[in-house]
Write a protein that binds this ligand. Structure first.
Ligand code: EPU
Length: 336
């Protein structure tokens, strides 16, 4: 399907109005390959759109938006402990998590209810409740947008970091991810309940299972995070900053209540939500954009906001956190 001068409003969870010069929906990896060969894309003028849940359009896009919609799940390999499964890029992320839990395969349960599609998961190495998708990905199958060649990236080649990968850095915009392979664990599974409020929520639920963890995660997320269908948002707008020991010691003296986690490399991760709240932004509005009243890391579209208004608000927050704490917040969301 090809559309011209097409509205992207339904295709970004901020729900901002933006149009693209051309929009192409792809229904198979073969169709994607044929398109890339035919079009000979200029990668500066073409954008692969996944679930639109980590993107902010601040103006119309004057190139081609490509949307992979193929969404099969295949079991590739089974051993006594593990199963390797492959999921196509256009599959709704949470459908995959639901499928894995229903099939009693462990690993993805803490990542329940994250908006977006499978193809975007490796790009920003999605993570939640003590789990990161990079620990489960074995291979990422791609097509080069420059020369249409197929390339498989093994886990080590993806250069995964906190909300980071090679696809966000030197290879940004150069590859279309067609499918992702995951190594999931057969029962018995070791559960990952290390993150803050997960274990208490599970406590009165009886036996801990993949299903009960999934339910608990969905409950916590629904309580704290706004539903994009009701209030446009893209989850965490900023990354949690990592600071060195000296800055940490200095800030901790001034702010005794500052939460933090040691990173294992002698540095400290500080919740951006705390910094933003402390700087007075929680629940604040700036025109039609705002900071969610239940979670300060979530910027929201309060109704018909332009992407540029949300961007402006984010820049005001960055300035204010920098002047108060000397920390420069980095946006997690892709700005177009
Ligand atoms: N906090 C505040 N004010 C708030 C909210 C939180 O001070 O309004 C403080 C609290 O001290 C809380 C701490 O921030 O203990 C951490 O909050 P939370 O557990 O909600 O996690 P987060 O660090 O804000 C990260 C991810 C989320 C993920 C949660 C749970 C990033 C950028 N965000 O948020 O991911 O769901 O942990 O694991 O790492 C996303 O990436 O879009 C996303 C939602």
């Amino acid at each position: 399907m090809i559309r011209y001068n097409y509205s992207l409003r339904k295709y970004n969870t901020f729900g901002v109005t933006a149009r693209t010069r051309r929009f192409i929906n792809l229904t198979s990896a073969e169709e994607a390959k044929a398109l890339i060969i035919k079009e000979n894309f200029d990668t500066n003028n073409c954008l692969v759109l996944s679930g639109g849940s980590n993107i902010l359009f601040t103006k119309d896009y004057c190139g081609t938006v490509i949307k992979p919609s193929f969404d099969n799940i295949t079991i590739e390999e089974k051993s006594s402990d593990n199963v390797i499964i492959s999921a196509e890029a256009g599959l709704e992320w949470d459908r995959l998590v639901e499928w894995s839990v229903e099939n009693d395969l462990g690993g993805l349960e803490n990542l329940s209810f994250i908006p977006g599609k499978v193809g975007a998961a490796p790009i920003q190495n999605i993570g939640a409740y003590g789990a990161e998708v990079s620990s489960l990905i074995t291979r990422v199958h791609t097509l080069s947008l420059e020369n249409s060649e197929s390339r498989i990236f093994y886990n080590e080649e993806c250069m995964f970091g906190y909300r980071d990968s090679i696809f966000k850095n030197e290879l940004k915009g150069k590859y279309l991810i067609t499918r992702v392979e995951f190594r999931l664990k057969k029962s018995p599974v070791t559960f990952n309940l290390s993150y803050g409020n997960l274990e208490p929520v599970l406590q009165d639920k009886g036996e801990i299972t993949l299903t009960s963890i999934r339910k608990a995660v969905i409950k916590i997320r629904k309580e704290k995070l706004p539903d994009p269908a009701v209030k446009g948002n893209a989850g965490s707008f900023f990354k949690n900053p990592v600071i060195d020991m000296h800055r940490y010691a200095d800030l901790k003296m001034r702010y005794h209540d500052m939460p933090s986690w040691q990173t294992g490399t002698g540095q400290y991760k500080i919740p951006a939500a705390w910094l933003i709240e402390k700087a007075g932004w929680k629940g604040k509005k700036a025109g039609r954009a705002g900071v969610h009243h239940k979670h300060a890391l979530i910027l929201v579209n309060l109704g018909n906001a332009e992407g540029s208004e949300i961007l402006e608000l984010s820049n005001l927050i960055i300035d204010s956190v920098r002047s108060m704490f000397g920390i420069t917040l980095v946006k997690e969301v892709n700005i177009i």
